[in-house]
Write a protein that binds this ligand. Structure first.
Ligand code: IPE
Ligand code: IPE
Ligand code: MG
Ligand code: MG
Length: 385
């Protein structure tokens, strides 16, 4: 057991959550304290390269066990479902969430080689399975036809059938969570599902609302993305029996990493292309989902109200049967956002979150896993997929 943990100097999510309990509300307050410009002064705590293969190497063996666990399919399962399930699991993905769970479990003496390590594997499998099922549902909602470079399930199946396949994966994720036999972890897992669904629904119902507050964005990205990174790192910290202040540090890491991860995903939606992303680009604005680059673009626009009026007008024209009007508007706007300072402003903000993520590891013992967790923060801003 680690004694006398050194707490970081910046306000931590734990301190804020003591004032306002996070888990009792769907979305926690975001920016009261995590505002750009208030981060740790050293912007580059880690110097590790952004090569994901190298960064995940310390948990490679654990990740292989996670793969095997996720791919074990009940022989009684309906054959088309089994085939879809295996395709989805086998379609790859960066496996960042299970990797972070495996790394976060390495700060109180290792459980590797002990019977309890199976619980860490189960947690890692549960977060990746939950992640995959949310992607399946997300692609139905967005009508997306490409994911991880392959056709989505909804490209072949009806929306209803695809949702059911996603539900099966939810069930599988819940089963893995139960295998941790840790009621705190199971509780966190079920709360996380509620938070993700809440976030996805907020996003859906706030589409094309150009007058929404920027804070709604932070709430959404916490809910749909950062909450699951929290479940991965905090869950692993709980399973490894760390003292509560260190569990909170690892939760902070997951929170800040996840926020930055989604901001970068939202930037890539503007700047990336389908072939490198393996999923459609430019789709956020097309769907009317407002993300950080757009908020900065609007903030610095000479006539934001006129821009909003144009967007609303073009959108209603498209709805009345002229979809190409919207496509043209979005293509032009994506170009303008990319040419503006908005992308860099958003990237800077992602870096602030990553600085917090790196700083939150300071009280934890140094080891190769910590080095990878620091280096993964660099990967997040460098990634192109
Ligand atoms: C995609 O997550 C969804 C977001 C939260 C942005 P990843 O980029 O981790 O997806 P995979 O698992 O690597 O495909
Ligand atoms: C997805 O966020 C988050 C969840 C699936 C919960 P995005 O909608 O930005 O993810 P991509 O861009 O489709 O991967
Ligand atoms: Mg999406
Ligand atoms: Mg996206």
């Amino acid at each position: 057991m680690l004694l006398n943990p050194k707490m970081p100097t910046q306000p931590s999510l734990r301190e804020v959550s003591e004032r306002r309990p996070v888990m009792q509300q769907a979305t926690p307050p975001h920016p009261q304290f995590h505002r750009p410009g208030q981060g740790p002064s050293d912007p580059s705590v880690a110097s590790a390269s952004g090569d994901i293969g190298q960064l995940l190497a310390p948990v490679r063996a654990g990740l292989q066990r996670v793969e095997v666990k996720m791919k074990a399919v009940d022989s009684a399962i309906f054959a088309p479902l089994a085939s879809a399930f295996l395709d989805l699991i086998g379609s790859g993905g960066k496996r960042l969430r299970p990797a972070l769970a495996l790394m976060a479990a390495e700060f109180n003496g290792s459980l590797q080689g002990k019977p309890d390590y199976e619980k860490v594997i189960a947690l890692a499998a549960s977060v990746e399975m939950l992640h995959t099922s949310t992607l399946v549902h997300d692609d139905v909602i967005d009508g997306a036809l490409l994911r991880r470079g392959s056709p989505t399930l909804n490209a072949a199946w009806s929306g209803g059938s695809t949702v059911l396949a996603g539900n099966y994966m939810f069930g599988s994720a819940a089963r893995f969570s139960a295998e941790t036999q840790n009621i705190r972890v199971i509780h966190k897992f079920s709360e996380t599902i509620k938070i993700i669904v809440d976030g996805e629904l907020r996003q859906l119902l706030d589409r094309n609302n150009y007058h929404q507050e920027k804070d709604a964005y932070y709430q959404r990205i916490y809910a749909k993305t950062a909450s699951l990174f929290c479940a991965a790192t905090e869950g692993a910290a709980i399973l490894s029996d760390l003292p509560d202040p260190l569990i909170a540090q690892l939760r902070d890491y997951g929170y800040n990493f996840g926020m930055a991860f989604q901001i970068m995903d939202d930037i890539l939606d503007f700047t990336g292309d389908e072939s490198s992303l393996g999923k459609p680009a430019g789709s956020d604005l097309r769907q009317g989902t407002l993300t950080l680059p757009f908020f900065y673009f609007l903030r610095d626009h000479a006539a934001p109200e006129a821009l909003i009026a144009t967007l609303e007008e073009k959108f209603s024209q498209a709805e009345m049967g002229e979809p190409q009007i919207w496509q043209q508007m979005v293509a032009q706007l994506v170009g303008e956002v990319c040419a503006s300072d908005a992308i860099e402003a958003a990237r800077k903000e992602a870096k602030v979150f990553l600085n917090y993520a790196q700083a939150s590891l300071a009280p934890l013992p140094d080891n190769i896993y910590k080095q990878s967790m620091l280096g993964l923060c660099d990967f997040v801003v460098q990634r192109t997929y």
